[in-house]
Design a protein around this ligand. Structure first.
Ligand code: GRF
Length: 223
């Protein structure tokens, strides 16, 4: 079986990208990052890609604030196709993708979100969790559909909220889990193990979708 070719879209720091690159280079996942594309010219993610010898491309987003113009999106598609990308990995990509893009890569766009969806979608999932006062939050890897953070859930990890947590301390605890479950989810896709039936994602002979973090918290099995 060949390695799964992924294209990573990232707007900023790129720590999830880094986690995926490291697992990939170490041969721990059957995934190869074929190209990294950013809407932000000086995104650290592009630097990380270059340092790893991975093509890094800046494509200006166009005139809109939260989405790509159709012309820009077309350029994204061209670059991803040029690099033979099979799965599009959003890693801190701050632009909304249109239906045309999602139709083209139907069922092949994934994202990581810093909360236990469907709780706290959209921006600042960690801050939303703190402000709500939940005791547990986490990270979610999901397929991307036309909504904001509404697509079928692939994996989740549960993270405790500690007394005295700030957005920074909670974000760091969640990020550790993002870095663990994102490569794991990509490996499930690479192995062709995921089945999607409406909202329900199952994996043949593997994970139950609720992964245990260092905190030992569980989810999804009723405990
Ligand atoms: C992560 O918290 C991710 O959940 C969210 O954006 C952040 C990206 O961080 N979608 P990084 O750029 O991967 O470091």
């Amino acid at each position: 079986m060949g390695r799964l070719l992924v294209g990573v879209l990232a707007s900023g720091r790129g720590s999830n990208l880094q986690a995926i690159i490291e697992r990939s280079l170490a041969g721990k996942i059957d995934v190869e990052v074929a190209v990294v594309v950013s809407d932000v010219e000086d995104a650290q993610a592009l630097e990380r890609a270059r340092s790893a010898g991975i093509p890094a491309v800046h494509i200006p987003p166009g005139r809109f604030r939260t989405k790509l113009t159709p012309e820009a999106e077309q350029r994204y598609v061209e670059v991803l196709d040029e690099h033979g990308v099979e799965v599009v990995v959003l890693a801190g990509f701050m632009r909304i993708l249109h239906d045309d893009f999602l139709t083209r890569y139907a069922g092949r766009v994934v994202n990581v979100h810093p909360a236990l969806l469907p709780s706290f979608p959209g921006l600042h999932g960690q801050r939303q969790a703190l402000e709500y006062g939940v005791k547990w939050t986490g990270a979610t890897v999901h397929f991307v559909d036309a909504g904001v953070d509404t697509g079928p859930v692939i994996l989740q990890a549960v993270v405790p909220v500690m007394d005295g947590d700030t957005e920074e301390t909670l974000s760091a605890r969640i990020l550790e889990q993002e870095h663990r479950i994102y490569p794991e989810a990509l490996q499930l896709i690479a192995e062709g193990r995921l089945r999607v039936d409406g909202r329900l994602v199952t994996s043949a002979g593997g994970t139950d979708g609720a992964t245990k973090g260092d905190a030992g918290a569980t989810g999804g099995d009723g405990s």
